[in-house]
Write a protein that binds this ligand. Sequence first.
Ligand SMILES: NC(=O)C1=CN([C@@H]2O[C@H](COP(=O)(O)OP(=O)(O)OC[C@H]3O[C@@H](n4cnc5c(N)ncnc54)[C@H](OP(=O)(O)O)[C@@H]3O)[C@@H](O)[C@H]2O)C=CC1
Ligand SMILES: CC(C)(CO)C(=O)C(=O)O
Length: 336
Amino acid sequence: MKRLAIMGVGSLGTIMGAYISKAGRQVDLVDANREHVAALNQNGATIVGNVQMNVPVKALTPDQMEGTYDIVIYMVKQTYNDSAFPQLLPHVGKDTIIVACPNGLPEEIMADYFGREKILGAPVGYGAEYIAPGISKSTTVYSKMFMELGSLTGEVTPAVTEVREIIELMCPVHITTNLLGGRWSKLYLNAAGSGMSTVLGCTFGEIYENDTALNIAVELGKECIEVARANGATMIPMNGMDFDRDLYFTDEEDKKRVIAIWRSDFFKAYSTGTASMLQDINRGAKKTEIDAIDGVVSQLGRKKGVPTPRCDKVIEIVKRMETRELKPGFENLKLF
Ligand SMILES: NC(=O)C1=CN([C@@H]2O[C@H](COP(=O)(O)OP(=O)(O)OC[C@H]3O[C@@H](n4cnc5c(N)ncnc54)[C@H](OP(=O)(O)O)[C@@H]3O)[C@@H](O)[C@H]2O)C=CC1
Ligand SMILES: CC(C)(CO)C(=O)C(=O)O
């Protein structure tokens, strides 16, 4: 049996680790949070929210990893790459496959560090929230959970098929031959939805209910589509949503159509969730993934001469939250 690890078992990884372990597959859950690791070993992985279960798991801290792994599912936030990459490197062998799950565009960064041939990408299509040591909350209804999966070349290699079988112990996996397009579709959700959830300190559902907030969100999304197009990426449909075709608008009338889509089933699946960047702010973190999310849209927009005023504003506000100059809240709407 191949050696499998999930590195970074916080909100998302606890849930994936629970499903894989429940199916009887050996998996090491590796996390830097010692209290969380101790609770996972002592009490099992406890999942609450839209999915409820308690599953015995094997958890360890990065310094307790031994030997090399065949497959590592990487779920550490991009803010911790600098410490996590060197900890993982000694456990990466010649044929190790590393599955990049963070939001943003993590594959090229990981390919530069670990080697291109080792990297697969898996944009995550479910939401989660870390509750307490050993406990994670699933914030996406189970029937809407999914993951995308692809290689950097677009080839469906045996490794892609093998990783798919493992992740499908949790939820459906859509194999894509256009991983970059998948990344940009996910960036749409994050730059717009997660950006606004963080700025306003609210659930995704509360964005949909507020006309001003939703107006800004769809404009953030439009900037994302324009930057993706300018960078030659063709966004792929996800769970039936064709981002490039259905969420682009040309005038105020057309914008109403996009707003109606944001209030329909695809987005409703995320209603009770909050952005992982907001969770970071709320637990006192000094750094969020804003540079890896709205920051990437803004930076790549600048390179191609595409203006991104909404993204730039979200970045400014979230950075002011990181220094505690601002708090998440609907009063931040007046800053736009
Ligand atoms: N939560 C969500 O709904 C979604 C998140 N994502 C993306 O997935 C990624 C993971 O998100 P999420 O699960 O929310 O993040 P969490 O912060 O909840 O989990 C990441 C875990 O990694 C741990 N960690 C930090 N450094 C290391 C290290 N060197 N080695 C091992 N573990 C380490 C963290 O510990 P500590 O807490 O001590 O820092 C934490 O427990 C992010 O890029 C996020 O944007 C994608 C889709 C949805
Ligand atoms: C929007 C969501 C929940 C989608 O999975 C997400 O990626 C995040 O909050 O980071």
